[in-house]
Write a protein that binds this ligand. Structure first.
Ligand SMILES: NC(=O)c1ccc[n+]([C@@H]2O[C@H](COP(=O)([O-])OP(=O)(O)OC[C@H]3O[C@@H](n4cnc5c(N)ncnc54)[C@H](OP(=O)(O)O)[C@@H]3O)[C@@H](O)[C@H]2O)c1
Length: 339
């Protein structure tokens, strides 16, 4: 650390998440004494703002991490697999937003409201979970601690920003093409996303689930450090730009009423309860977009199992689901002197 902060690199700084990581570092006043913005050769010549100044984007290279104390990675799994160990070897602490290291037993997988202490055991790389997992475990943690959870059935309604900046562009141009009576172009998704939805996020696996669904199951078990929780996920892409929504049904070890769950969630860190359905008050992605909280509503008894509870959970996937969670992990390291 220099007198006024840490030298920080953002890998993938021109992307949907990386760009926001730079903004969140600024918003949360993270002690940054120098910032290095890294992306591919395509971004050479671009500049990005940080604290009122423009910084040139540099091409990611093996020597990019010399003198860097913290690197926030968000340039995809292939880049993280190669460059996160190079950075860690150079003495940089990496918070990685890709799926490359999440299930590595040596790498902590951290949601600050849920398992902050796990971050302290890092050996150079800490993984940020999948966006859909983060908001689900933030909402379920208080209930897990109070009455135990043995099974989770979740269906997601995921925004296109979860696929990156080119997917946002694909939705916008398809909407405008359809409204103008033009042929649509499709490059990112297997189907038209405008005015449509499909239960397909990531590749399909031999067990019939897609990758996103298995990430939610495996990451939840790792974060709760509970190999016994059953998780069945169906992940759906919808034509929303920012904000993932989730319909969650849980089976708890001991019974919990909707009132008790509401009271627990009202005081839980990072959670806001909006639950007055008769007045149309429940979380929606347009309201969650641009915030860092996880919003919970429609809390009700699930009568189809003995100890069942159902709820609706919404959060901004690029903020709490990615950039904010990564910066919060860095803040834990800062407070504990592990940076
Ligand atoms: N979006 C979300 O909600 C979300 C949530 C959780 C996790 N993630 C994960 O975060 C990562 C990035 O997602 P994103 O949505 O931000 O994607 P994105 O908008 O497509 O941005 C990708 C970033 O990676 C950079 N990049 C690509 N190839 C590179 C290379 N060879 N060398 C250096 N930089 C390279 C791009 O730089 P150029 O601009 O130069 O191409 C860009 O900055 C992915 O692993 C994704 O799974 C995303």
């Amino acid at each position: 650390m220099t007198n006024n902060g840490f030298r920080v690199a953002v890998v993938g700084a021109t992307g949907a998440v990386g760009n926001l990581m730079v903004k969140v570092l600024e918003e949360r006043n993270f002690p940054v004494s120098g910032i290095k913005l890294l992306a591919s050769a395509r971004s050479i010549g671009k500049t990005l703002p940080f604290r009122g100044r423009q910084f040139a984007v540099e091409e990611l290279a093996e020597n990019s991490f010399e003198g860097i104390q913290l690197a926030l990675f968000s340039a995809g799994g292939a880049i993280s697999r190669i460059f996160a160990p190079i950075a860690a070897q150079a003495g940089t602490v990496v918070v990685d937003n890709s799926s490359a290291w999440r299930m590595d037993p040596q790498v902590p997988l951290v949601v600050p409201e849920v398992n902050p202490r796990a971050a302290l055991s890092h050996s150079g790389i800490i993984a940020n979970p999948n966006c859909s997992t983060i908001q689900m475990v933030v909402a379920l943690k208080p209930i897990y601690d109070a009455v135990g959870i043995r099974r989770i059935v979740v269906t997601t309604f995921q925004a296109v920003s979860g696929t990156g900046k080119r997917a946002i562009e694909e939705l916008r141009s398809q909407v405008s093409d359809i409204m103008c009576g033009r042929e649509i172009a499709r490059q990112i998704y297997p189907h038209q996303i405008a005015f449509n939805c499909f239960p397909h996020i990531g590749s399909f696996l031999d067990n019939g689930f897609c990758e996103e669904e298995m990430k939610m199951a495996n990451e939840t078990r790792k974060i709760f450090d509970d190999a016994q929780i059953g998780v069945c996920a169906t992940t759906v892409r919808i034509p929303v730009i920012y904000g993932h929504s989730e319909s969650i049904n849980i089976e708890t070890d001991r019974k919990i009423s909707p009132e008790e769950a509401r009271e627990l969630l009202k005081t839980a860190p990072g959670v806001i309860v909006i639950d007055d359905p008769s007045n149309a008050a429940y979380p929606v992605p347009l309201n969650a977009a641009g915030t860092d909280d996880t919003f919970v509503g429609r809390i009700r008894t699930d009568p189809s199992v003995e100890n069942g509870l159902a709820m609706w959970v919404v959060a901004d996937n690029v903020r709490k689901g990615a950039a904010t969670n990564a910066v919060q992990i860095a803040e834990i390291l800062l407070k504990s002197g592990r940076l």
